[in-house]
Write a new protein. Structure first.
Length: 451
């Protein structure tokens, strides 16, 4: 009988996006594993329902958890519940890869960094021995495990150089829908002070145009109408973008799909906008972060306010919806500088924007700043206090501001949220997503009611 491997993400019940969009990591791991094992050896499923039901009804032989830092308390609880049923636990993801010292005694092994090859090695070991023992784990690169009171991390595993060598994600285990998303690259060429992406992926690797086209055709065949290019900076490689655009045109995919993508303002030019427009990109997300140059220098280093303004203007004039992310609460940022961002947003033709409180994440320089202040720990803490959207008790959120209190930040946060609502109302009639927004709002209300 096939061994049941169940994937689960540690999710925040208050986050609409986390609960609306199913992750691709289980699909990547399952696809790669099925390339190396007979289908009679393992059965892969993804679960997004009640966790206790998962353990009782699905009765996994191996539980695989992925978690970001702010949700790591949930991952710890999942692992403890699995341990009580003697179910082996593999944990992976950005958090444990950046902070293996937080591995708990209920977690058998951590997969550090890019996971496909390491995952196959771990399943091979389980198939042979039925357990994960330290003397076996120490032979596998790219893992961490506990040895008494200490965490042992084996030598890092080199990332696979070519994304095209990976099978396409097995989306059947997470389901298809009207919306889908595709990663055309792994990594980011920039090192923003608050972001762990570069540290996690290392050197940027791009998929070929042919590889991406195969994946887009699969989504079309399963009824998908909207695709988000989920790379941190989709148009960063101009040559690759031009080649992909030609392939999309040649295959007529621009007539069958709408696209959205993430961009970095200093990579946006008129030619970039023209290419994105030509392949039916109808919406872009820009990580603008701040409307104050001094704060922007601290956060991103090589982006100017003029870059941000130019990018917004180019997309807006092209008829592409402009969405943006902003961040406030940097250590020495003043209320006046935060209000510079507020005025910037108010004057800009940005349709929708999101707001985050400056929070420390492992693997970033900001984490080291927070550690020196005694605000965070590498081993054990209440990870939910890394509450960068003030979704739970704001007074408990870990903040790095030296100029503003929790109450002052919350007041400003709410002011931005009111502007966010007003911007969204104004943008709604012309939004390419106007047919979907009422349904998304209804789902949010439905989820809040039953929670």
């Amino acid at each position: 009988m096939a061994k049941k491997v169940v994937f689960v993400s540690a999710l925040n019940e208050h986050s609409v996006n986390e609960n609306r969009i199913r992750p691709l990591w289980p699909a990547f791991l399952a696809a790669y594993a099925e390339k190396h094992f007979d289908k009679k050896e393992f059965e892969f499923t993804y679960s997004s329902g009640n966790f206790q039901d998962l353990l009782g009804v699905q009765a996994p032989d191996v539980l695989c958890i992925s978690s970001v830092t702010q949700n790591y308390d949930h991952a710890v609880q999942y692992a403890a519940a699995a341990r009580a049923r003697k179910i082996p636990v593999i944990i992976g993801g950005m958090h444990i890869s950046s902070l293996s010292s937080s591995l708990t005694a209920d977690m058998d092994v951590a997969c550090i960094g890019e996971g496909e090859a390491t995952f196959v090695d771990l399943l091979s070991l389980y198939l042979e021995k039925g357990v994960f023992q330290n003397h076996d784990l120490e032979k596998i690169p790219g893992v961490a495990f506990r040895d008494g009171n200490r965490v042992v991390e084996t030598p890092a595993r080199a990332n696979r150089p070519e994304i095209d060598q990976l099978p396409h994600p097995k989306r059947s285990i997470i389901g298809y829908g009207n919306r889908g998303y595709v990663y055309t690259a792994r990594g980011c060429p920039y090192q923003c002070v608050f972001c762990a992406c570069t540290r996690f992926w290392g050197k940027v690797r791009y998929a070929s145009a042919g590889y991406i086209i195969e994946e887009l055709k699969e989504l079309i065949d399963h009824g998908t109408k909207i695709v988000r290019f989920a790379d941190e900076n989709f148009p960063a490689n101009t040559k690759r973008l031009e080649e992909l655009a030609r392939s999309i045109h040649n295959e007529g995919i621009d007539k069958k799909l709408k696209f959205s993508c993430w961009c970095r303002a200093n990579n946006v030019s008129q030619s970039t906008v023209d290419i994105l427009k030509s392949i039916n990109v109808v919406s872009v997300k820009l990580g603008l972060e701040s409307g104050n140059q001094r704060i922007l220098d601290f956060l991103k280093g090589d982006v100017t306010l003029e870059d941000n303004k130019r990018a917004i203007g180019l997309f807006h004039r092209a008829g592409i919806q402009v969405n943006a992310d902003f961040l406030f609460g940097s250590p020495d940022e003043t209320e006046k500088e935060i209000m510079d961002t507020y005025r910037f947003v108010k004057k800009s033709p940005i349709a929708f924007f999101d707001l985050n409180i400056f929070s420390p994440l492992p693997g970033t320089p900001v984490w080291d700043i927070a550690k020196k202040k005694g605000l965070v720990s590498d081993t054990s803490m209440q990870w939910g206090h890394l509450n960068y959207k003030f979704m739970t008790d704001p007074s408990q959120a870990i903040i790095l501001s030296e100029t503003l209190t929790h109450a002052q930040l919350l007041r400003l946060f709410r002011k931005f949220r009111r502007l966010r609502l007003w911007k969204a109302i104004k943008a709604f009639p012309k939004s390419p997503w106007r047919n979907e927004i009422p349904l998304l709002a209804l789902k949010k209300i439905f989820r809040m009611f039953f929670r």
